[in-house]
Design a protein around this ligand. Structure first.
Ligand code: DGL
Length: 276
């Protein structure tokens, strides 16, 4: 019997969503890029705000929370999941691929490879969470794609957490960025990689501190392109055929996610609370 039918009567099967998740609001930068490329796709975004930030915590916390959220997305029907979090990708994507071999995973990694390709001076910095920069995956990324480059890591403890607070966190964001950005113009670098999906939300504030000679590199659109490529390889994904809305879920207070979604996606969006 064909899928979607029962005793000969066709029933409406909800389209399988593409799952996207982050510790909090950061992955909205990836959601925005993905929605731009796949405007009719059903996208289900989960912010694990009750357990954010990930990047200042240990690997066990990141793995355990990633597992909970990924299991939830699989239960919701997702067969393609974007881990829109550099920290969770660094510490948990291999374990998730082993746990759910039927699911295609796309991770997000600091743009070391494009920076090495594009940087005229071969000197750049990577702003990311302490956990991302401490990972073996990050060390491998630099060794594989930027041998011979000067790559300056900037562990931005507390920055994602401050961005996560929305308007209430602006003063703290400014204080932290003053500290983290101050040494960078003196390093003769030409590029700063934004290695955390939260940071594009404060891109202007970072750019202001670095001055015009330093290019900021964000990988959200490259991730969206990778998802589109994967879908093309696998044939039409049910999500593409449907006129399905974006859905937002949060494990914590929904207000910041809903305000950031309004700013990022340009429309009011309801946020469902999920207990995971
Ligand atoms: N947005 C996440 C990342 O890309 C993590 C932020 C956090 O929870 O520390 O790493």
């Amino acid at each position: 019997m064909p899928a979607g039918t029962d005793s000969g009567v066709t029933t409406q099967v909800p389209p399988a969503p593409i799952g996207i998740f982050d510790s909090g609001v950061g992955g909205l930068s990836v959601l925005r890029a993905l929605h731009g490329r796949l405007p009719t796709a059903s996208l289900l975004y989960v912010a694990d705000s009750a357990h954010a930030p990930y990047g200042d915590r240990d690997a066990a916390h990141v793995r355990q929370r990633t597992e909970r959220v990924v299991d939830h997305l699989v239960d919701q029907g997702a067969r393609l999941i974007v881990i829109a979090c550099n920290t969770a990708t660094a510490w948990a994507i291999d374990a998730m691929r082993a746990r759910h071999p039927e699911v295609a995973f796309v991770g997000v990694e600091p743009g070391v490879k494009p920076a090495a390709l594009l940087s005229p001076t071969q000197r750049f910095a990577v702003m990311a969470t302490p956990a991302t920069l401490a990972s073996v995956r990050y060390a491998d990324l630099v060794a594989r794609h930027a041998p011979g480059c000067f790559v300056h890591p900037v562990p931005c403890a507390g920055l994602a957490a401050a961005i996560e607070q929305g308007d209430a966190g602006v003063a703290e964001v400014d204080r932290l960025l003053d500290n983290y950005c101050a040494p960078l113009p003196g390093l003769a670098i030409d590029t700063v990689v934004l290695g955390c999906t939260h940071y594009p939300f404060v891109m202007d504030r970072i750019a202001m501190r670095l001055g015009p000679g330093i290019h900021l590199l964000d990988t959200a659109d490259a991730v969206a392109r990778r998802v589109v490529e994967l879908l093309a390889q696998e044939g039409p994904h049910p999500a593409l055929a449907a006129e399905a809305p974006l859905r937002l879920q949060s494990t914590g207070a929904p207000d910041v996610l809903s305000r950031m979604a309004m700013a990022g996606l340009g429309r009011a969006m309801h946020v469902d609370t999920v207990l995971l």
